[in-house]
Design a protein around this ligand. Structure first.
Ligand code: SAM
Length: 278
């Protein structure tokens, strides 16, 4: 195999998702740069790939700067082929790697990518939320203020917003999101490609309700509809109701608002009366 760096995505839950080309690359690479040698060696064992004669290098956020040049030297001086993998999914996406790739390209080391699983893309595909524009915003911070700041920062983004999240923190995040996004549609995709894969859509309040009746488990991705798409802020609801009332009788307008947007019937009736008397 030609010397250089091979970015190899690995499965996020189903071994069968690794492509034959990715398997061949992992089998032929002389050096494996990975986050955790135990996890990657386990993957090799499951794939029946021998680790004999291969050098495994731990490449993590904490040693990225130091290790990057060592890995590049192996490609330049020793003409080694190096596969970069993360514990699961696509390397570099909320995982270490970009500094290594940047340096490799600066030093004319051949770099190639083998496409494969990426949790955020799979989650978006499942969500039914707009995919023409999206913002991937990584992991949501764990501290209350930082979490709220991050959510506020993306609130007006006119694109679907995608976050990586954990089961332990999802309810806290949804609680903060409820205050900032109100009735905006969201989706949580979890356990993608595993037995209990699911994607649940609803407002933050609905999703909190869902996860209080069903304990959140597994790996998950939180997605929030674009600001201009499904933001049912009070103002928008009023505008939508006005439009409907201009087109049809009051009762039908209420009925439509309830059916189309899942809003509360009594509240919509009160709103319609208020707007009628304006
Ligand atoms: N680089 C990987 C990728 O893009 O596929 C993601 C690595 S990141 C450290 C791990 C996060 O990805 C998890 O906390 C979760 O948010 C998401 N994730 C990974 N596997 C998943 C799965 N099977 N289902 C849903 N989310 C997943």
């Amino acid at each position: 195999m030609q010397n250089g760096l091979y970015i190899v995505a690995t499965p996020i839950g189903n071994l069968g998702d690794l492509s034959p080309r990715a398997k061949e690359t992992l089998a032929n690479a002389e050096v494996i740069a990975c986050e955790d040698t135990r996890i990657t060696k386990k993957l090799f064992a499951l794939l029946n790939i021998s680790t004999t004669g291969k050098k495994f290098i731990v490449y993590q956020n904490y040693n990225e700067e130091d290790e990057a040049q060592n890995i590049i030297n192996l490609a330049i001086n020793d003409k080694k082929s190096i596969a970069l993998v993360s514990d699961a999914g696509s390397p570099l996406i909320s995982d270490p790697g970009y500094k290594l790739i940047r340096r490799a390209r600066e030093q004319n080391v051949p770099v190639t990518v083998l496409p494969g699983c990426c949790a955020l893309i799979c989650a978006l595909q499942l969500s039914g939320l707009p995919t023409n524009r999206f913002l991937f915003a990584g992991f949501i911070p764990n501290k209350d203020k930082a979490r709220a700041d991050t959510l506020n920062e993306v609130r007006d983004t006119k694109a679907t917003i995608v976050f990586y999240e954990t089961a332990q923190r999802i309810v806290k995040t949804l609680t903060a999101a409820a205050k900032i996004f109100g009735n905006r549609e969201m989706a949580v995709a979890r356990e993608i490609s595993k037995v209990y894969e699911e994607c649940v859509n609803g407002t933050a309040a609905k999703l909190i309700e869902y996860f209080s009746s069903k304990e959140p488990k597994g790996e998950m991705v939180l997605m929030i509809a674009p600001a201009d798409e499904k933001d049912f802020s009070t103002l928008d609801i009023e505008n939508l109701m006005r439009q409907k009332m201009a087109e049809m009788p009051l009762k039908s307008a209420v009925k439509e608002m309830v059916a189309v947007y899942g809003l509360n019937k009594n509240e919509m009736y009160e709103l319609a009366l208020k707007l009628k008397n304006e």
